[in-house]
Design a binder for this molecule. Structure first.
Ligand code: NAD
Length: 425
């Protein structure tokens, strides 16, 4: 994953460079991360033994503000992967105009093998190890793969213990009772929905005449499917790691979500229970879902789903990327030739980091917003940045993806120039 993300981000960065007047100094500085930290985290296990885990934190670039990025717990985490994801975050924050640079962190661990108390000791141990490297004005943590609000709460509290004062703004994605923002858990899908709805409306499409297939029925995909279905879109197919279901007349998404949450398995809705009664459906494969004749395809599962192997068979008119890196650069060229409009991950899935920014602002101000405030500001931000990216794509006759990178690089370039010629380190 790391290699593909880094290669992809680099290829797209290089493609956008020809449209942006970026100084050689800026290019040179973006070639290397600002700082990388590797730590070992000793954890006392429940049976009394001691395990030592490897952890990392990379701050890629802080020219536009303190760095920001998630913490991943996964057996495949490596310094290389964390560095790639920190590079990617630098562009995402710049594309959205958030006053942050990019960072990422992680621990090489299979968290499913740990008890809850072991997981807590690991999370607190990680913060002990990186405490001098992070801070609300330096580097801010957030959830990522296999980390969640509970873990963010432990990390925030541990940092506060070390500093001997409450420091909620060092971590976002916390439980609401610890200073988390309302709307943070649905922010990625909500942001994607705002982008999709805005783009389709601009092109004269009405929801009830627009069909949608969603790959991945997790935090991002299931919430998008439900928002779209409530807004009148015809969600004709959804999938999870076990398979996909399809109904030309549209699926009953709220019932499927209920089933999925009670059974933890989309397969449970295939042949039994009320969903099958509500609407007829076919069982299809994930590969077939991607190639359906639909208006909109929303990949919301994994990277590298649309590749040279299947790009030619994609029939959707629009693709909105909720997953990170679902389309390979080679597939991009094929989709472009076919006239399929691809709206890229660094815009479409940036609702999560945008509401993380709102959380940081609320923590620092000590004044908390209503859910309506959060969603209204998220809507305005997503629409504003989408409009700017649409204008760049139009004016420079480039894809929306290249336009998003041009947008990000232009902001980064201006920040590098504003810093002047000095090299302070
Ligand atoms: P999640 O773990 O909640 O859900 C992932 C879903 O994808 C699950 O339903 C899983 O069964 C399904 N899946 C796994 N393999 C699949 C396959 N081969 N085919 C079809 N479905 C498959 O994860 P999430 O948080 O929803 O994240 C999904 C994607 O969105 C990831 O790429 C993630 O990086 C990206 N993303 C998520 C957020 C967020 O806030 N959740 C923010 C930015 C980007």
């Amino acid at each position: 994953m790391s290699h593909s993300l880094f290669t992809e981000a680099s290829q797209r960065f290089n493609k956008a460079l020809q449209y942006v007047d970026l100084s050689q100094d800026a290019i040179a500085r973006l070639t290397y991360p600002k700082a990388s930290l590797s730590v070992s985290i000793p954890v006392r296990m429940d049976d009394g033994t001691l395990n030592v885990y490897q952890g990392y934190r990379v701050r890629y670039d802080d020219t536009r503000g303190p760095t920001k990025g998630g913490v991943r717990f996964h057996p495949h985490v490596s310094l290389d992967e964390v560095q790639s994801l920190a590079f990617w975050m630098t562009f995402k924050c710049a594309a959205l105009g958030l006053p942050f640079g990019g960072a990422k962190g992680g621990i090489t661990v299979n968290p499913k093998q740990l008890s809850s108390s072991e997981l807590e000791r690991l999370s607190r141990g990680y913060v002990n190890a990186i405490a001098d490297f992070i801070g609300p004005d330096v580097d801010i943590l957030a959830p990522d793969v296999y980390t969640n609000a509970i873990i963010m709460g432990w990390m925030m509290e541990q940092y506060s213990i070390i500093r001997r004062k409450s420091v909620p703004s060092v971590v976002t994605g916390k439980p609401v009772v610890m200073g988390g923002s309302l709307g943070r858990n649905t922010a990625t899908a909500m942001g994607a929905f705002y982008v999709m709805n805005h783009v389709l409306a601009l092109q004269g499409r009405v929801p009830h005449k627009t069909s949608l297939a969603v790959q991945g029925f997790g935090n991002a995909g299931a919430v998008l499917a439900e928002l779209a279905s409530k807004a009148g879109y015809k969600v004709v197919a959804v999938s999870d790691s076990k398979g996909a279901i399809y109904a030309a007349q549209g699926l009953d998404i709220p019932s499927i979500r209920q089933f999925k949450e009670s059974s933890r398995d989309l397969k449970a809705v295939y042949c039994k229970g009320t969903v099958c009664d509500v609407v007829e459906h076919d069982v299809i494969t994930n590969a077939e879902l991607l190639e359906l004749d639909v208006d909109v395809l929303a990949p919301a599962a994994l990277e590298n789903q649309i590749t040279v192997e299947n790009a030619d068979r994609i029939q959707a008119r629009y693709i909105f990327e909720l997953a990170n890196g679902p389309t390979t650069p080679e597939a991009d060229d094929i989709l472009d030739e076919k006239g399929i409009q691809v709206f890229p991950d660094i815009l479409v899935n940036a609702g999560g980091v945008t509401v993380s920014y709102f959380e940081w602002v609320q923590n620092r101000g000590g004044f908390y917003w209503t859910l309506q405030d959060v969603n209204q500001r998220l809507h305005d931000k997503m629409v504003e940045e989408t409009n700017q990216i649409l204008a760049i794509a139009h004016d420079s006759a480039v894809s929306h993806r290249t336009a998003a990178y041009i947008h990000a690089l232009t902001r980064l370039g201006k920040a590098f120039n504003a810093q002047g010629l000095s090299v302070e380190y």
